[in-house]
Design a protein around this ligand. Sequence first.
Ligand SMILES: Nc1ncnc2c1ncn2[C@@H]1O[C@H](COP(=O)(O)OP(=O)(O)OP(=O)(O)O)[C@@H](O)[C@H]1O
Length: 242
Amino acid sequence: MTLLSIDNVTKRFGGLTAVDAVSFDIAEGEIMGLLGPNGSGKTTLVNLVSGDLSADGGRITLAGTTLTGRRPDQIARVGVARTFQLVRILPSLTLTENVMVPAVFGAKSHWGAAAHEVAQAALEQVGLARRASSNAGELTYIDQKRLELARALAAEPKLLLLDEWLAGLNPTELGEGVALIRSLADSGITILMVEHIMEAVRALCPRVAVMNSGRLIADEATEVALTDPHVIAAYLGEGEDA
Ligand SMILES: Nc1ncnc2c1ncn2[C@@H]1O[C@H](COP(=O)(O)OP(=O)(O)OP(=O)(O)O)[C@@H](O)[C@H]1O
């Protein structure tokens, strides 16, 4: 069954068409990569799905519910959560407090003890449960990333959007990060991940969508896409037309 449907979606910034009539679907339970050279429109597309930007044309639906035209908080309630390229945590609060906020404002609006339980479960999922009462500002970079992921999970999403969540990790951390994303996918969450680390894309995503200059240039099996001449030309041209 289709979970996310992106249908003919366009976003312009002045004279620049950052996302140009893009369409693709993601099935429930799928883990899909979103690739493309720098500036090709990947983050803009993620922002359109999460409601952080509004589309100039087209329609995005989650399990049949229209997302386009809704605010980010409304979209979170429908079941979409995300991480950001630059980690957004609340450094002066504890890990639990950080994760309670989305538990309250996420898909199921938990309160009190129930919100605390969901927050704790999300911290456990990312391996941070033992540090629940530490201040978020004291965490190392990878643990800040884990915390941001826990914030997304505490919203109990059907669809998780990861924007280069693995970027900046050392090789050991990368292995741990890949295993963590796989465990989330195994738990049934549908994932769309923007990622530049091909080793991780190969390990995690059976299928990828590839963008170049705002357009979708491939939507196919990862092994096929990575040898597709259009895709290779797009990366070699770094943003020029394939
Ligand atoms: N808020 C904005 N205002 C104006 N232009 C923008 C804005 N956000 C993005 N752009 C432009 O839209 C295009 C697509 O940017 P986007 O960040 O979506 O690319 P990307 O594929 O995510 O790149 P990267 O891999 O470097 O993160 C770029 O030319 C970028 O400069």
